[in-house]
Design a binder for this molecule. Structure first.
Ligand code: T46
Length: 153
């Protein structure tokens, strides 16, 4: 299932921002907090098959350096801040994730690198499929020609 109208596109194709509900009652008891519900196919443009989270990342660490052929994902900084570079052979941009009610959608053939994790940052990832190593393009020299062919269609 894909509902692309849930995603506000960025300048890089197959990427965009998704804003979730931030439920809180400022008139309720002090410190009651916030709640964000996410339903696959309703609030993100795919059925959620898997979740994982990345945390305790050192200050100078950069992760990612790959693309997926088919996977759809949404990245959410549940706490702290994380920067994400998304790029194709033709465009690139950097997004700072810093709100637990905001997600970065990344679809097929988008190269991603995550960096500048703040202390205690936790990055939640919602994914459309099981972990499949053969879906990864982990070398830029393998990624670039396949991505050029994909985006030429
Ligand atoms: C992505 C970014 C945002 C598993 O065994 N199962 C899993 O579901 C995942 C995601 C990873 N792994 C193993 C594979 C590696 O041996 O965990 C190890 C670290 O994975 P990786 O180096 O791919 O981690 P990141 O942070 O570079 O990338 C991850 C996701 O793999 C990737 O799909 O888009 O987060």
């Amino acid at each position: 299932m894909e509902k692309t109208d849930l995603v506000c596109p960025l300048s890089v194709p197959n990427t965009g921002m998704v804003t979730f509900r931030d439920i809180h009652n400022p008139d309720g008891p002090r410190g009651l907090g916030h709640l964000t519900p996410i339903t696959g196919g309703v609030h993100v443009p795919f059925d959620i098959k898997r979740i994982y989270y990345i945390h305790s990342v050192g200050p100078d660490i950069r992760r990612g350096f790959h693309s997926h052929r088919e996977l759809h994902q949404v990245l959410i900084a549940l706490g702290g801040t994380v920067k994400v570079l998304v790029k194709t052979p033709y465009e690139e941009t950097v997004v700072e994730l810093n709100k637990p009610w905001e997600g970065l959608y990344i679809g097929p053939y988008v190269w991603r690198e995550m960096f500048d994790f703040s202390q205690h940052a936790t990055l939640l990832v919602l994914a459309s499929a099981d972990y499949t190593e053969s879906d990864y393009l982990r070398k830029y020299e393998d990624y670039e020609p396949e991505a050029k062919e994909y985006f030429a269609k």
